[in-house]
Design a protein around this ligand. Structure first.
Ligand SMILES: [Zn+2]
Length: 295
């Protein structure tokens, strides 16, 4: 079993009452750290990373209202990309939860809540559902988020993207998307976009796929990285096709640029993507039932 399969397996055993159930993180050292996107619901505060059974120092936790991703280049998406490129995240999990208030709140209710907060209708976008990414089904919301992450040009093709749903009452985790299986499916068909020495135009087409995305908007934590990427991008814009063929090294895509930025960070500070400590302490067994809180 791979990491998240073991996580779900141990979680199910623990929920079923097996007091000895727990993950053995030392068996999965190569798969850490992991990245999770969850909802802001405070009831989840005590859940993570406990119900996953992973060590806290190998758990990169992103949260937003409803664990929503609005697009392949959205703000949350950029944080996920940097969690991989700068913090060395190896696998991504979008983890929704049952009884999510974002799913329970209708557009009309949302309007009246804003109204009571002094935010007038005229100041809000016309389509509230679309703007906030409000959803009706927690499962579909997680599936949609996983699709966005997998399609994002900012995420490497070898990063598994999982979708899970946590039961807010019991802490039980249910599979929605098994990222390992999707990874295999994605790799199965022929890959015409693979980089080759002859594919000299790939750099331009790679950036073309980003459409409205402005690389200059990406705020890397260190100015040096931003300058470095900007210089690379500027070089690509300026260069004609022949120039690009000669350019060394070529920035094939935003993904490659992010990877090179991470390598650069690693060289500069020697901390990014350093992998895991040699010995991971084994966390106590998962006991989700103890974490249940009354609303
Ligand atoms: Zn929620």
């Amino acid at each position: 079993m791979r990491l998240f399969e073991s996580i779900v397996d141990a979680n199910h055993k623990a929920v079923a009452g097996d007091a000895s159930a727990g993950l053995h993180p030392d068996e999965f050292a190569d798969a850490f750290p992991i990245i999770a996107l969850t909802c802001i619901d405070p009831r989840l505060n005590a859940f993570f990373p406990n119900i996953l059974g992973v060590p806290a120092d190998q758990f990169i936790w992103l949260r937003n209202a409803g664990n929503i991703i609005t697009g392949p280049l959205s703000s949350t998406m950029r944080s996920l990309a940097l969690a991989c490129a700068v913090k060395g995240g190896k696998e991504i999990a979008v983890i929704g939860h049952t009884d999510c208030q974002v799913a329970r709140t209708t557009a009309m209710e949302l309007l009246s809540r804003f109204q009571s907060l002094g935010v007038d209708r005229s100041r809000l976008p016309e389509n509230l559902n679309e703007f906030f990414g409000v959803f009706a089904s927690e499962r579909q919301n997680v599936m949609k988020a996983c699709d966005f992450v997998r399609q994002s040009p900012l995420i490497g093709p070898n990063i598994p993207v999982h979708g899970l749903l946590a039961d807010i009452e019991t802490g039980k985790l249910d599979w929605i998307v098994n990222g390992y299986e999707k990874l295999v499916q994605a790799q199965a068909p022929s890959q015409p976009q693979q980089q080759t020495a002859a594919g000299a135009l790939t750099p331009l087409s790679g950036f073309g796929s980003l459409k409205d995305f402005e690389m200059g908007e990406m705020k890397f934590p260190a100015a040096k990285i931003g300058e470095w990427v900007s210089a690379k991008v500027e070089g690509l814009k300026m260069a004609g096709e022949e120039e690009i063929q000669k350019a060394q090294p070529v920035v094939e895509s935003a993904e490659a640029a992010a990877k090179q930025a991470a390598d650069y960070a690693k060289q500069q500070w020697g901390q990014a993507s350093q992998g895991v400590p040699p010995k991971i302490p084994r966390p106590p067994p998962i006991r989700p039932a103890r974490l249940v809180r009354k609303r």
